[in-house]
Design a protein around this ligand. Structure first.
Ligand code: NDP
Ligand code: OXD
Length: 306
């Protein structure tokens, strides 16, 4: 069995070493143009050339939960694309969202500012009932985040494509229920995959439906957000702030207005890192199952795009 690995912007050597250790009888190599034919490819943001040069692939494993960089390529019909499911990312997302939420809700930036100015004074307590948290996307990561947020006793609601039932989470589904979901949300968390249906979903109309003083946490993809619409809603006072981990262009261009905007907290697409050990274990388990002809979870449905 021959396996190729390619990761845009990644150092592949440690991945090669771990995969070779886990699959000692396999021929595991880094993909470079003209590489010999392989059975499987393990990739992050591969070029079209890799797909075109490897017509014998039996499956592609995506080194991340979001498959948009693969699904935008021309793929042979029927080629399974297998995405990463959790593999240590869900708890990181839960940490990230709870941190951003609590930092804003408890006015911790304000306290930090006060303390630096040697100003002593507590602020009025806020009521959680006034801060319902809505999560766009109740998949592997969204559900973990919903549980974490609920443990801090915030009202939690979630929106998915197909109807879901989750203890302690008010669930909404489909385009028809999006407005009702938004109208009762103050802190909006985006954990959707990027597809034709979800691109630009965070825009003036949708964000404008949130409760006044809304706060956005986007940890999914930059192309979910219409940047100028967020800035306009911050300027109008309808939105109080945002924490953004993902951007239309990454790294965020140095002249982008998000830089230096005190209302926006930025992080460099690191809300949940792909962890090598857990990822290799998951990929190898699925690869061995596929070789045995067994079904595996996390295979992308090309009609849905995720
Ligand atoms: P899942 O596929 O498990 O979950 C996706 C969720 O989105 C599902 O609940 C799905 O609905 C819902 N959804 C998809 N399309 C629609 C739609 N058109 N309308 C309503 N709901 C929709 O994905 P994960 O939870 O594993 O990952 C989510 C995303 O997080 C990734 O795609 C990636 O973009 C991002 N991510 C970002 C990282 C970062 O560091 N910033 C790291 C890892 C992931 P249903 O339940 O009905 O299928
Ligand atoms: C992912 C990511 O999709 O890192 O896993 O963004």
């Amino acid at each position: 069995m021959r396996i190729l690995i390619y990761g845009a912007g990644m150092r592949v050597e440690p991945w090669l070493a771990d995969l070779r250790a886990a699959l000692p009888t396999a021929d595991v190599a880094e993909w470079t143009p003209g590489a010999a034919p392989a059975d499987y490819a393990i990739v992050w943001a591969p070029p079209q050339q890799l797909i075109d040069e490897q017509p014998g692939l039996r499956a592609i494993f995506n080194l991340g939960a979001g498959v948009d960089p693969v699904m935008k390529l021309r793929l042979p019909a029927g080629l399974p694309v297998v995405r990463m499911e959790d593999a240590g990312m869900a708890v990181q997302m839960a940490e990230y969202v709870c941190h951003a939420l609590i930092r804003h809700f408890r006015e911790l930036d304000g306290y930090e500012h006060d303390m630096r100015a040697r100003r002593w004074g507590v602020r009025k307590p806020r009521e959680r009932k006034d801060w319902p948290v809505g999560i766009l996307g109740l998949g592997v990561l969204g559900q973990r985040v919903a549980r974490a947020v609920a443990s801090f006793e915030f009202p939690v609601r979630g929106w998915s494509r197909t109807p879901r039932v989750m203890d302690g989470v008010e669930c909404f589904a489909g385009p028809d229920q999006l407005d009702a979901f938004l109208a009762g949300t103050r802190v909006l968390v985006c954990l959707l995959p990027l597809t034709a249906d979800t691109a630009d979903i965070l825009n003036r109309r949708t964000l404008g439906r949130l409760l006044p003083g809304a706060y956005l946490i986007n940890i999914a993809r930059g192309a979910h957000l219409v940047d100028d619409d967020l800035l306009a809603l911050l300027d109008s006072g309808h939105m109080a702030g945002a924490t953004l981990d993902v951007f239309r262009t990454e790294p965020l261009p140095l002249d982008h207005p998000f830089w230096g905007d005190a209302r926006i907290t930025l992080t460099p697409h690191g809300a949940a890192r792909t962890l090598r050990e857990a990822s290799v274990t998951q990929i190898v388990g699925k690869l061995v199952a596929l070789e045995r002809g067994e079904p595996v979870a996390g295979v992308v449905d090309p009609t849905r795009g995720y």
